[in-house]
Design a protein around this ligand. Structure first.
Ligand SMILES: Nc1ncnc2c1ncn2[C@@H]1O[C@H](COP(=O)(O)OP(=O)(O)OP(=O)(O)O)[C@@H](O)[C@H]1O
Ligand SMILES: [Mg+2]
Length: 256
């Protein structure tokens, strides 16, 4: 099977801050790709460019072999490319069901949407029981499930998740990783951005580590998991045999 998503020489900049330098990677159809990297490495910028939220300065984005670099967000979503953004961004004043229907707004098969929403309620009984309540009543973990559910209702072929485990309890993190694996078994290709390196590498088929906007490492997850340099690249710490570094930690370097 070929690449479902391919990025070729992608450059993204915000004014003078260059977030991605000539990044190329491919997400093979049917696989889970873990995208790792320290704070500020460019992970969200990469997902944003793929989803159409950020316009790259240079490079191409191919989805199912077609160049989508200039396409709008809704066209990409309709083609099967969905993003669960950093920090969930669910609409807390809308009900749970209304949130799910936002994900379906491009679909023209109301019967199919109803079936998919019912299936989601079966998968997540906590959402089903409270479908007519404001999403604000959900816990952080339940809100993350709702954010994933909302993306699922768009029937994506590629699901991109930006740090979905951030701020969740260990139990919910385990549920979330089970869910990602299950969705992948159902045939959905996954691009997973995670700070939870160990768990992401455990479920991924391929892994890419970004460092300061460049691909620093790529390959087999078990090989990367065993690589002592991964901790250095991922955590932004000095390599084990380098001299300890002097500056105090800045607020930016601290994970929320
Ligand atoms: N809207 C923006 N305006 C200016 N600079 C930005 C903007 N978004 C990101 N950046 C900068 O681009 C670089 C990459 O940021 P990005 O958010 O893509 O990294 P990240 O790997 O997702 O980090 P994190 O782990 O903190 O989410 C950083 O230097 C960041 O400060
Ligand atoms: Mg980010």
């Amino acid at each position: 099977m070929g690449a479902l998503l391919a990025l070729e020489g992608l450059c993204v900049a915000y004014g003078h801050v260059q977030a991605l330098h000539e990044v190329s990677l491919a997400v093979e159809e049917g696989t889970i790709l873990a995208l790792l990297g320290a704070n500020g490495a460019g992970k969200t910028s990469l997902l944003g460019a793929a989803a159409g939220l950020v316009r790259p300065r240079r490079g191409r984005i191919l989805f199912q072999g077609r160049d989508i670099t200039g396409q709008t967000v809704p066209r990409r979503l309709a083609a099967g490319l969905a993003l669960v953004p950093e920090g969930r961004r669910i609409l807390v004043s809308l009900t749970i069901e209304e949130n799910l229907l936002v994900g379906a707004h491009l679909r023209r098969d109301p019967e199919g949407v109803r079936r998919d929403v019912a299936a989601l309620y079966e998968r997540f009984p906590n959402l089903g029981r409270r479908r007519h309540m404001a999403a604000a009543c959900l816990s952080g973990g339940e809100q993350q499930m709702l954010a994933v559910g909302r993306a699922m209702v768009a029937r994506p072929r590629l699901l991109m998740l930006d740090e979905p485990s951030l701020g969740l309890s260990p139990l919910f993190i385990a549920h979330l990783f089970d869910l990602v694996r299950e969705l992948n078994r159902d045939g959905i290709t996954i691009l997973l951005v995670e700070q939870n390196t160990g768990m992401a590498l455990a479920i991924a088929h391929h892994a890419v580590v970004l460092e300061l906007g460049r691909v620093a490492m790529a390959g087999d997850p078990s090989r990367l998991a065993a690589d002592p340099l991964l901790a250095a690249a991922y955590l932004g710490h000095a390599a084990p045999d380098a001299p300890p570094h002097q500056e105090p930690a800045t607020a930016e370097g601290v994970t929320g």
